[in-house]
Design a protein around this ligand. Structure first.
Ligand code: ADP
Length: 453
């Protein structure tokens, strides 16, 4: 790199600010396990550690036909899942576009729409006559205060939904009512969080699975916990284990360990939820690009980048998407042509030198490596808490575009874990890309509920 003295100095300083040393990692892991413990002991902790009511691991030998639905931002996905035993499955699925009016109309209408879609799906796949009620797992990734595996109250809407007559009500019960009104023999067996689904989908095929993680728009994780450790749990329960939905995005809201830079603070201040979800904001897809944008503008203002010129697009909040970072990081061409394309064509910077492109690439690398190392700290906290080392092989099931597409993300996570636990950790823990939490995972949970597990 042969930039000017000032450029070199600026990158060096940023490198320091974004560095997570091994020692720092250790202190983050320590605080993480402390907050996990707090969440298990009492209600209302920052890292909420929500009991999922999903008890025990599947063996992979279970069989039967189950339904799963996933209500997402744009689509309703309906699946029929045939569990065949031996970890084998067959899935048929169909997506239905959720009309905008449904997202803001009455909840009862939305539930009728879901029931109609399921009805249509069953007709299409020729399963419209069935003797026993079909058991359905409902992936409903909005904050629900669960009281049982299939009963709870919606706390608030997110992701562009704001149906009336839903807050404080039970989405499982309302959907069940719609099925009943249409005389459909479908039973809403479980309301499923996507991290829990990711964990259970993978656990059906691989008994070494101990954790499910999402690195997508946001980040969260779930893992198997011993019932005795969930000391805030007050009801009777016979099972020894329960999946805990950590809600780990909220880690370190008291700001004890995460090294926030001015770029993180700026992002936080301008976010819709300032002061909260600090950990998530340093890790997940919704935010990483914005951190790079803030750093880029800082260098522009110091006349160290783009000849001191920005662009209207670059000045727009959230315009630098995390997928641009992936494109830039993967660009190894001698003239960094793809980086040039992102900066000039997509973001409208009038012209860039090779030096400019190299500097932006360095910024992406700093933010990307930090995200992977902080992610590893969360995994390390769960491993430490569960006393997983030294032990047999264990697998973390991971879903989300950041993990899937961000260059070297899983490699950088593993590198951090090696610093913490030694080289041999690579033989013990494996990250496995997992896609079907809301289909297979929700079905496996419906199966467990209906078999009384
Ligand atoms: P969701 O978490 O919403 O279910 P995804 O797992 O696809 O969905 O995550 C979407 C997030 O991933 C977005 O914030 C987006 O910026 C980010 N993303 C999409 N493509 C990439 C990519 N190629 N590299 C890194 N991040 C990406």
């Amino acid at each position: 790199f042969d930039g000017s003295q000032e450029q070199k100095q600026a990158l060096k300083e940023l490198g320091k600010e974004f560095e997570i040393t091994t020692e720092k990692l250790r202190s983050i892991v320590k605080q993480f396990t402390f907050e996990m413990q707090k969440g298990l002991e009492r209600h209302g902790a920052k890292v909420a550690m929500i009991p999922s009511f999903v008890t025990g691991k599947p063996t992979g030998m279970e069989s039967g036909t189950y339904l799963a639905i996933d209500l997402g931002g744009t689509n309703l996905r309906v699946c029929k899942v045939d569990l065949l035993g031996n970890g084998k499955v067959e899935i048929q699925q169909q997506k239905y576009i959720v009309p905008e009016a449904m997202k803001t109309g009455e909840m009862r209408q939305l539930c009728d729409f879901i029931a109609d879609s399921v009805d249509m799906f069953l007709t299409e796949i020729d399963t419209d006559s069935y003797s026993e009620a079909l058991q359905l797992g409902f992936t409903f990734s909005f904050p629900v205060n669960l009281r049982t595996i299939n009963r709870g109250n919606l706390m608030q809407w997110t992701k562009g939904y704001c149906c009336t007559g839903a807050i404080g009500k039970d989405p499982g019960l309302m959907l069940q009512d719609s099925f009943r009104r249409k005389n459909m023999k479908v039973n809403v067996a479980a309301i499923v969080n996507d991290t829990v689904g990711t964990l259970m989908a993978h656990a059906y095929r691989d008994p070494t699975t101990f954790m499910g993680i999402i690195f997508g728009t946001g980040t969260n994780a779930a893992y198997f916990e011993k019932m005795d450790n969930i000391t805030k749990w007050e009801d009777d329960i016979t099972s020894e284990e329960m999946v805990v939905n950590m809600e780990w995005g909220a880690f370190d809201e008291e700001r004890r360990v995460l090294p926030m830079t001015i770029y993180d603070n700026r992002l936080d201040r301008e976010s819709i939820n300032p002061g909260t979800h600090i950990y998530e904001k340093m890790i997940s897809g919704m935010y990483l690009g914005e951190i790079v944008r803030n750093m880029t503008l800082g260098l522009v203002d110091r006349q160290l980048l783009f000849d001191g010129k920005s662009s209207p697009e670059m000045n727009k909040k959230w315009s630098f998407e995390t997928s641009h970072m992936s494109a830039i990081e993967i660009d190894t061409s001698s003239d960094l042509a793809d980086t040039q394309y992102v900066l000039e064509t997509v973001l409208g910077i009038p012209s860039t030198t090779l030096m400019d492109r190299e500097m932006v690439k360095t910024l992406c690398r700093l933010v990307g490596i930090r995200a992977a190392r902080l992610s590893a700290a969360g995994v390390a906290a769960v491993m430490t808490h569960c006393n997983l080392l030294p032990q047999d092989a264990c697998t973390a099931a991971v879903d989300g575009s950041v993990f899937e597409f961000y260059p070297h993300f899983s490699h950088n996570m593993m590198k951090a874990l090696k610093e913490l636990f030694g080289e041999e950790v690579e033989q013990k823990i494996k990250f496995s890309q997992s896609h079907d939490g809301s289909g297979l995972g929700a079905a496996v949970i419906a199966m467990q509920v209906s078999k009384g597990n």
